[in-house]
Design a protein around this ligand. Structure first.
Ligand SMILES: [Zn+2]
Length: 175
């Protein structure tokens, strides 16, 4: 199975939480502390955009900052640092989180039999469908039994893929 590499994964993650600006800032790989103003000037990107992206990286647990008052202007300045050595730890945490969500979805599918409106208005449990006399309360169309075996199969496949990725990441770490 083709498993994405950690670099690709971290870029995806950074893009998801911190957007395009996040990816740009992240890929600069600054090795020392920097202010959002410096980055903003260097890249020609609005300082608010840069700051927003950096705070998203902070929330992800991969960036940190300290504040210092500028003696001339009196403004608070943020000095940022990106911890590239935390990449893998953060990736693993996010992958496990995603896997847990998939697991929950799977359990939800397993715990009940569902019916859906043939027009797609709603999805209800069997008991509710029975109360509705198997016709949609929104549009009146019949409710149909939802065969979730394919959806479940897909969830299982996705979870397997995540396991593969995690295994690879752990392997990379040991090398
Ligand atoms: Zn309907």
């Amino acid at each position: 199975m083709e498993v994405p590499q950690s670099e690709e994964l971290i870029n995806e993650l950074v893009e998801r939480v911190a957007g395009e600006v996040g990816v740009i800032v992240y890929s600069l790989r600054p090795q020392r502390e920097f202010t959002d103003e410096e980055i903003s000037q260097e890249l020609g990107i609005e300082i608010n955009e840069v700051r927003k992206a950096l705070f998203s990286l902070y929330e992800l647990g991969i960036a940190e900052y300290r504040r210092k008052r500028d003696e001339e202007t009196g403004w608070m300045e943020y000095y940022w640092k990106i911890n590239y050595n935390k990449e893998r730890e953060v990736l693993l945490r996010e992958l496990l989180k995603t896997k847990r969500k998939l697991q929950e979805k799977l359990e939800m599918e397993d715990s009940a039999v569902y019916y859906i409106c043939i027009n797609g208005c709603l999805k209800v449990k069997y008991e509710t469908a029975m109360e509705m006399n198997f016709s949609c309360i929104r549009c009146g169309a019949p409710l149909d039994y939802l065969d979730s075996s394919k959806a479940k199969q897909k969830l299982i496949e996705e979870m397997g893929k995540i396991d593969e990725i995690i295994k690879n990441l752990r392997h990379e770490r040991n090398n």
